[in-house]
Design a protein around this ligand. Structure first.
Ligand SMILES: Cc1cc2nc3c(=O)[nH]c(=O)nc-3n(C[C@H](O)[C@H](O)[C@H](O)COP(=O)(O)OP(=O)(O)OC[C@H]3O[C@@H](n4cnc5c(N)ncnc54)[C@H](O)[C@@H]3O)c2cc1C
Length: 494
């Protein structure tokens, strides 16, 4: 009864898409998810209610290791529910910039060039509905004018095009108020699948089962064992996919031995190359309230270049129509009832970190160390991001909205002062990636090959944010859904 064609572990952005694509093609699939169902659960389905899930049992709420150059108190929200983090995110939708796919190919990901991937996006967008932000109020109008004065034109951020410098309204994966999470867009209603797709919620994978020939044959869970005849796909996200591989004996041999785990495959890259979009914050109090028409208080973004000759923007900046003070308040910076924030982030951060096991116990949270801002490039970009934000706010008509700069404050002016502030109160755009990176089959640091097969293990693939070879310059959710679809298509087209 517990034997399937395929098993997908983790029903997040990638896992739901992979499982549905395989089941639609007639394969018998088991989808194993640690969290509960989102069907009929309004906090997960209503696009504007995600904050109700943060810090609850639907959020893993990961702590990170101390960060000598960054903010150690950052908490990483991750969805523990059908749809995974796509059920708890702010639904900003982009397609992968061509520049980043070309970079992946340079790093050994043969077959991921923009022209090859484009038809996959077309198939994805047939199922995931994308809408333009419905706002256009006076504040946004004035912000656009100010950005134009600062040299950033109004551009269309449609997922159909590739992102360039400028200011623009965001697009969201939603249909009216209904979030287009991976589960809503690909799985619902669950009863439609019959025995093609069996969804096991509240079921946690403990270990991948390998036979004597290093072939994945199933998974041990807290509800019993499940077996598959063909590919098993790990889609547990950038923290928990490497952790599951390591607990199963696949990872850096020395580290596994430290925890008494018998080594099935020495793969030094598992848990390495942890990437993210670190951001920081600058905020102003306004002379009057800002009309709150936009979803999540975040309807616009600004993309800028620190050098006009760069091929792509290196600063991404979300615009918030509220004072985002989570990490500034504890340091005593002032706040206000009405104001706005600009949150510049390092579009292609170069600091890399690690995910390591705390112990072999599946209940033990992994050790997550981003090593934020250890690469001086990231520090330079975040400083330039704060300066760009100030240049925009200094222009008319936006400056007429401003009563005072709340933080960092007028006295913080030199690059060193801005850097110290920006890193002290740094946050994350919540985009961990890269910990099972894709690369050429002969690349010793790659974990999966360009068809997402785990090196040295038969029948095992990884499909989620962890396969990113390098960070992409936009919010990644749609890219990760695309990875889930590609993984299933690799299997079906074999
Ligand atoms: C607050 C927030 C806002 C965000 N906003 C945006 C945005 O606006 N736009 C955007 O593009 N991106 C956004 N993101 C990021 C984006 O949502 C994630 O990068 C993406 O969802 C990650 O997809 P994934 O498939 O890698 O992992 P996930 O979607 O996290 O899926 C992993 C799944 O695996 C399950 N799992 C893990 N371990 C096990 C196990 N052992 N057994 C069984 N199941 C397991 C988990 O419960 C989870 O359901 C946001 C993230 C957050 C936290």
């Amino acid at each position: 009864m517990n034997t399937f064609d395929h098993i997908v572990i983790g029903a997040g952005s990638a896992g739901c898409v992979a499982a549905a694509t395989l089941a639609k093609a007639g394969r018998r699939v088991a989808l194993i998810e640690a969290g509960g169902s989102d069907e009929g659960f309004l906090d997960a389905l209503d696009a504007g209610r995600w904050k109700n899930l943060v810090g609850t049992q639907h959020d893993y709420d990961f702590k990170i290791e101390p960060q000598p150059h960054g903010n150690s108190s950052i908490r990483h929200t991750r969805g523990r529910i059908l749809g995974g983090t796509s059920s708890i995110n702010t639904i900003i939708a982009w397609r992968t910039p061509d520049y980043d796919l070309e970079r992946w190919v340079e790093l050994g990901a043969d077959g991921w060039e923009p022209t090859t991937v484009a038809p996959v996006f077309e198939r994805l967008f047939k199922q995931v509905h994308i809408e333009h932000a419905s706002l256009q109020n006076r504040f946004h109008h004035d912000l656009i004018k100010a950005a134009e004065q600062a040299g950033l034109g109004l551009i269309d951020f449609s997922p159909k095009s590739t992102v360039q410098s400028g200011v623009g309204y965001l697009y969201f994966n939603k249909k009216g108020d209904l979030r287009q999470s991976a589960s809503v867009a690909f799985l619902h209603p669950l009863h439609q699948w019959g025995d093609r797709l069996s969804v096991y919620t509240d079921t946690r994978a403990l270990k991948i089962l390998l036979d004597d020939n290093n072939r994945a044959v199933g998974v041990e869970t807290d509800k019993g064992n499940f077996f598959c005849d063909a590919d098993l796909i790990v889609s547990c996200g950038a923290f928990l996919s490497p952790a599951l591989l390591m607990r199963s004996g696949i990872g850096p041999a020395e580290h596994l031995c430290e925890h008494g785990i018998s080594v099935k495959q020495d793969l030094p890259g598992v848990g390495e190359n942890l990437l993210d979009h670190p951001d920081s914050m600058i905020a102003w109090e306004t002379v009057r309230p800002i009309p709150q028409l936009d979803l999540n208080g975040m309807g616009m973004a600004v993309f800028g270049k620190t050098d006009p000759n760069l091929p792509v923007p290196d600063i991404m900046c979300h615009v918030g129509t509220a004072v985002f003070d989570t990490y500034t308040r504890p340091h005593g910076y002032p706040t206000a009832d009405h104001g706005f924030s600009l949150a510049p982030n390092v579009a292609r951060a170069r600091s890399t970190g690690t995910v390591r096991l705390r112990s072999a116990d599946p209940d033990a949270r992994p050790l997550i160390d981003f090593r934020y801002f250890t690469d001086p490039y990231d520090e330079k970009i975040i400083v330039e991001g704060i300066k760009l934000s100030r240049r925009i706010a200094a222009e008319s008509p936006l400056k007429d909205w401003i009563k005072r700069e709340l933080f960092p404050g007028k006295e913080v002016q030199s690059d060193a002062e801005i850097s110290a502030f920006a890193r002290q109160v740094a946050g994350t755009v919540y985009h961990p990636a890269g910990t099972c990176k894709m690369g050429a089959a002969d690349n010793g640091s790659a974990v999966v090959d360009p068809q997402l097969c785990v090196q040295g293990i038969d029948n095992l693939r990884v499909a989620d944010a962890s396969i990113f070879p390098s960070m992409i310059g936009v919010n990644p959710n749609i890219t990760i859904m695309m990875i889930g679809m590609r993984c299933a298509e690799f299997i079906l087209n074999r």
